[in-house]
Design a protein around this ligand. Sequence first.
Ligand code: ATP
Ligand code: MG
Length: 402
Amino acid sequence: MKKMTFGKDTAMQEMILCKLGELVLKGLNRHAFEDRLLANLRRRLNACGGKFRVYSRQSTLYAEPQSENCDIEAAFNACRQVFGITSVSRAKPCEKDKDAILETAKEYLADTLRAAKSFKVEAKRADKSFPMTSIEISQYVGGYLHDAFPHLTVDVHNPELIVHIEIRDAAAYVHGPASAGAGGLPIGMGGRAVSLLSGGIDSPVSSYMMAKRGVSLEMVHFFSPPYTSEQAKEKVLSLAKLLTPWCGRLTVHIVPFTEIQEEIRRSCPEEYFTLIMRRFMMRMAELVAVRVGAKALVTGECLGQVASQTMEALRSSEDVCALPVLRPLIGMDKEEIVRIARRIGTFDTSILPYEDCCIVFTPRHPKTHPVIEEVREIEAALDVDALIARAMEQTEIVKVSY
Ligand code: ATP
Ligand code: MG
């Protein structure tokens, strides 16, 4: 096959095919889904060097490199982190001709074919005007590949390698096994929420999980200098950065929490410190939500994980806000959360030893089953509005991108 060079025929370069998820979506929704996904994918591929042409046809997104400096490996990995995509393949397009397809498969998948012991060819014909049926294409290409790589056995039931051939409108595409995509819904389809991001293991995972359902996030972090260090703040910003390949660019609202914590210590019984502190966090997160037009709050809380995560304690923190509080980790075990943290790449940063403001003034015997009226009463010793107003005023806003 003649070698294609850029400028002559960019359409025949190795490219990326992405299959869409949530196929139950129909009609108008379907369009909104695809439009959003295309915009998200384009934005993401802009950071992969070079220029990619990104478009959708027949429930598939195509990303075609348009210049020499496109990093196809980086682009492939980027596609795997875009929510709304269920599978991703690097593919080689060729002319819609049976011998062009065969030659492309032989060349493009040569190493993979040599490494495999058994294989089969699976052809799909989206372009019904192509003169062979899917079965005929599979048999034709399979037969000749078998001749070219005689060590292979054909195994139609449980092959080690499946050679995929897709005959589509513009071209035929040859690829090996597809890799799993991120699944979920495109960011932006699920509305907007404010996520409370600490430096721990849980809240990056809860943020990831809501982003996966298409929620665009705005982050809020509370920090208490000098009780918490500059490194603790940097750690949270690093976590936000690690989340951007999944969540898109993020804005982190960093809210000073020292005065509030000191006031709580001065005026409230020790066993209520954490409960009341959490009420302040929820109130201020809600104020950020109102400011940015978000419709929910997200936390990394998990039932029973710590004293402040009993049902009564959750009720106590929810008591102060009107927006729904989304807690995607509520029913998960720590091991499950850790597994996700490792997979998405936040775990190693989360376990760095810098302290969170939650461990400042931790009560020795926290109240685990608080009565809501009592919490309200104890809190009434504080000038809640003034404390919040001062903290909000000093909020620092940091933008984080990939
Ligand atoms: P994480 O691992 O997310 O820190 P955790 O198990 O340590 O969670 P807590 O410290 O009780 O639990 O915090 C519960 C939730 O409250 C966190 O998941 C996070 O959403 C929020 N949160 C805690 N500390 C902060 C903070 N300093 N800034 C913003 N949100 C916070
Ligand atoms: Mg924590």
